[in-house]
Design a protein. Structure first.
Length: 266
């Protein structure tokens, strides 16, 4: 089987699974997928940190990250979230070694791969409570896929000027601008179908900010990979790299859209 065929099969399978979990009424499938994705992505990020000689107990950190969606799904008191960074501090105290690295990196991991991806569940539950269409949940996911594809396509076709050569040498300014334009058009047509009273200016702003957020999300992960000299977070997904590689942009676009939705749209 060729690499291209593997890439297509894996992409279609993952895409279909994500779409189904987002639009069905029962959120348990999405909760399970959220847990799996957080666990695998956290494990890959810890592998990247280990190449920088920064070591954590994998089971401990993954367990803390899984607590974010679990507390929310079972309607636990919000105060429980405050215990998680406190656990990192206690872990650093008992470990003693690399305290000055364990604390900031540990808290960053909780935010980056615990709190941010949990917004997928936050978004799903909030939309269900508001009796909005389940297809609204799909928006940031479809947006991110289109944005990434547009950036790659436009950049490959006419890209000449590098965007961040030291972090991601393949990214171009032309691809970045092209992705914004295409993503804004997608935002206008998609969201207007569900929220016809939204102003055009707001839709344009949403498209621009989400597109920039997607690029930042990709660059954040690329920066860590670049520093340790690896191309992908893992080879778990043939032709697609690792699980973290597939959600790096979503880690930013989903929370941004969630807060835009609850504070500016609805």
């Amino acid at each position: 089987m060729s690499n291209l065929l593997k890439r297509i099969i894996v992409g279609i399978t993952l895409g279909a699974l994500i779409i189904i979990s987002l639009i069905i009424d029962n959120p348990i499938l999405l909760f399970i997928i959220n847990l799996i994705w957080i666990a695998l992505a956290t494990n890959e990020f810890l592998r990247i940190l280990s190449l920088k000689q920064i070591f954590f107990n994998r089971f401990f950190i993954i367990g803390l990250n899984l607590a974010f969606p679990t507390i929310f799904y079972f309607s636990g008191p919000p105060a429980l979230y405050l215990i998680l960074p406190a656990c990192v501090l206690l872990y650093a105290l008992f470990k003693r070694e690399q305290y000055y690295l364990i604390v900031p990196y540990g808290v960053f991991i909780l935010f980056y791969l615990g709190f941010l991806p949990s917004h997928l569940l936050f978004l799903k539950f909030w939309i269900k409570e508001q009796n909005l269409s389940s297809f609204v949940v799909l928006f940031p996911v479809l947006f991110t896929w289109i944005n990434d594809t547009a950036a790659y396509g436009v950049g490959s076709a006419i890209g000449r000027h590098k965007l961040a050569v030291k972090i991601s040498p393949n990214k171009t300014i032309e691809g970045f601008v092209g992705s914004i334009i295409i993503s804004v058009v997608f935002s206008i047509f998609y969201l207007n179908a569900f929220f016809p009273n939204i102003s055009l200016i707001l839709l344009i702003i949403i498209g621009i900010i989400l597109s920039v957020g997607a690029q930042i999300g990709d660059l954040v992960e690329s920066g860590f990979k670049r520093e340790v000299g690896v191309k992908d977070s893992s080879q778990a997904l043939p032709g697609h790299g690792g699980f973290l590689d597939r959600i790096d942009s979503l880690l930013f676009t989903i929370p941004i859209f969630y807060y835009f939705l609850i504070y500016f749209i609805v």
